[in-house]
Design a protein around this ligand. Structure first.
Ligand code: CA
Length: 554
């Protein structure tokens, strides 16, 4: 059968209903209309009318939005994004279809990025107040949007009162005197030693050093210390009591630098504690290392580890779109990841993401005229993954940003007018550069924009619990260098995702494909994500996928 679109909108809508309800009838209708010589495809948008299957409370298979508050939306005109600004954009966030927000650090900090905390029990004054935060949380929960906060327990700021006390005390010691925690309890919070190793900084004026793996301004906390554990119990409880839905844990492989086993023990202790306070809380961790190693962190019982194998320029998604890995490696890796994580924790929820605040943005990955199509497809490949998927703010607009970290955290591109309401000034030291694609103002009005494409991909995810939760089977017999075919199964239902990452149309002989007991021509179109004017056609069991397109059948 062939899906055709009609120039006449009302007629297209009628057909859309027919397509959604009866594939056989659709074939008839379409043939009739194709004789009328019309172009393009009604089914390409008919699926958008399908019912939503939104996640319920406590269900963490969601679509999360990673937000850098500093650069998102400014409510008071100081050029720095804030909680109230973000709160004013909840209509936008909900309309996009996001069902969760990960806030990059919001606690007081001397840095713009705020990964070095000076007070774990407050909101940075540039961002607002605890009351602002509570109001924001309430609004999110009203909209079925979960909120998790970045939780940086590997290190504090060197400006944190704990460290300042400890440092001052260490400087006061006599030449051969050893530190005594009964005199200054905070010396026990950090790792002081007389042997200088890599990742250690000196206590000025002494022969002591302290561990600071990232930077001297970020002293590593001592996880052997019961006092530190007790502090972080109180801190976690404080935020859970306030109503946050969980935490994004920063740098978990650094808890014990170079010792994964002991780092996992800390993680297990923390996860057990958090779940004892709030059983429905969600924990996702950053363990930026190889896949087999971060998979082991699932032993701790945490819900999710960020799935770095799919992310960044060297990840599976970008490789498939650059043509440096066959399309089938996407499905094969998805299947492998699922098995690997389940072998450590049967309740593991994969946390796929494509880019984040530490990585160059996708707009720069793909040069040439086809860059936009590849940016779109890459977003879809991320959003179609099973698990709890994360999207970095601005990626839905194809924002640009690479090189120094500041560039990767540029102001959300609401408008080309830097003085438009809500626009932020961005981190100090950010290079001045032009965006590659339009701002939200233009993209929201263009049907074929990256923004509208990503929104469609999220809609598809919100319509199909099976896309979020299905067990992945890569149909390698049907996959080629350019085409990947994946089946997902959940509650005895099946869905099939076919994708073409080639610059030309690709034909798939899907005779062997069976979807919920149906052949391809009798299957229902659950969604189509297109990047050009060409549409998908299905004739008998042959599917033709246009360049850079995705078809989902159920
Ligand atoms: Ca502000």
């Amino acid at each position: 059968m062939k899906f055709k679109k009609f120039a006449h909108k009302a007629l297209a809508l009628v057909l859309a209903t027919v397509v959604a309800t009866s594939a056989a009838a659709c074939g008839k209708q379409a043939d009739t209309q194709s004789e009328a010589g019309k172009t393009v495809d009604a089914a390409a948008t008919a699926w958008k009318e399908n019912a939503l299957q939104m996640p319920q409370e406590g269900d963490h298979f969601r679509t999360y939005y990673e937000v850098f508050v500093y650069s998102y939306c400014d409510s008071d005109g100081d050029g720095i994004g804030d909680i109230n600004g973000l709160r004013s954009k909840l209509d936008y966030i909900q309309d996009m279809g996001y069902t969760g927000i990960w806030l990059m650090p919001v606690m007081p900090s001397p840095s713009y990025h705020k990964y070095d905390t000076t007070d774990y029990l407050n909101i940075d004054s540039a961002y607002g107040t605890l009351d602002d935060f509570k109001a924001f949380l309430a609004d999110c929960h009203e909209r079925n949007i979960e909120v998790i906060i970045d939780f940086v327990m590997n290190h504090s700021s060197s400006e944190h009162p704990w460290f300042k006390e400890a440092y001052k005390y260490m400087q006061s010691l006599g030449k051969d005197e050893e530190p005594d925690a009964s005199k200054c309890p905070y010396v026990d919070y950090y790792n002081f030693t007389k042997s200088q190793e890599g990742g250690y900084s000196e206590v000025s004026g002494t022969d002591w050093y302290y561990e600071a793996q990232f930077w001297y301004g970020m002293p590593d906390l001592n996880w052997d210390s019961e006092a530190v554990k007790n502090e972080f119990k109180d801190i976690a409880k404080f935020w859970l009591d306030l109503g946050v839905d969980g935490f994004r844990l920063d740098a978990v492989i650094y808890f014990y630098f170079g010792n994964h086993e002991k780092s996992i023990e800390v993680l297990k202790w923390f996860n057990d504690y958090v779940k004892s306070v709030k059983p429905s809380a969600y924990i996702v961790c950053e363990g930026w290392t190889d896949q087999n190693t971060y998979a082991k962190y699932y032993d701790s019982g945490v819900d999710s580890m960020f799935d770095f194998a799919f992310a960044d320029q060297g990840g599976v998604i970008a490789k498939v779109l650059k043509g440096t890995a066959p399309a089938g490696s996407y499905g094969a890796m998805s299947e492998k990841a699922q098995e690997l994580y389940a072998s450590h924790n049967e309740n593991a929820i994969d946390a796929p993401f494509y880019t984040n605040h530490d990585m160059a943005r996708s707009a720069g990955f793909y040069p040439g005229d086809l860059g936009e199509a590849r940016v779109k497809m890459a977003q879809a490949l991320n959003l179609l993954m099973t698990g709890n998927v994360f999207v970095y703010y601005g990626e839905e607009l194809g924002m640009k940003g690479s090189g120094k970290d500041e560039n990767k955290r540029a102001p959300m591109y609401w408008s080309k007018d830097a003085n438009a309401q809500g626009m932020c000034k961005g981190p100090q030291g950010m290079d001045s550069f032009e965006m590659k694609f339009d701002s939200y103002e233009e993209q929201s009005k263009a049907d074929d924009s990256i923004y509208n494409y990503v929104k469609s991909a999220i809609l598809l995810r919100n319509q199909n619990e099976i896309i979020r939760k299905g067990k992945v089977q890569n149909l390698s017999d049907l996959s080629t260098d350019y085409v990947d075919v994946i089946k997902k199964t959940y509650n005895d239902e099946e869905i099939v995702i076919l994708l073409n990452v080639a610059e030309e149309a690709q034909t798939v002989d899907a005779t062997s494909l069976n979807i919920n007991g149906k052949t391809v021509e009798n299957a229902e179109v659950a969604g189509e994500l297109l990047t050009g004017d060409e549409t998908v056609t299905i004739e008998k069991n042959t599917i033709t996928l246009p360049a850079f397109s995705i078809l989902v059948l159920k």
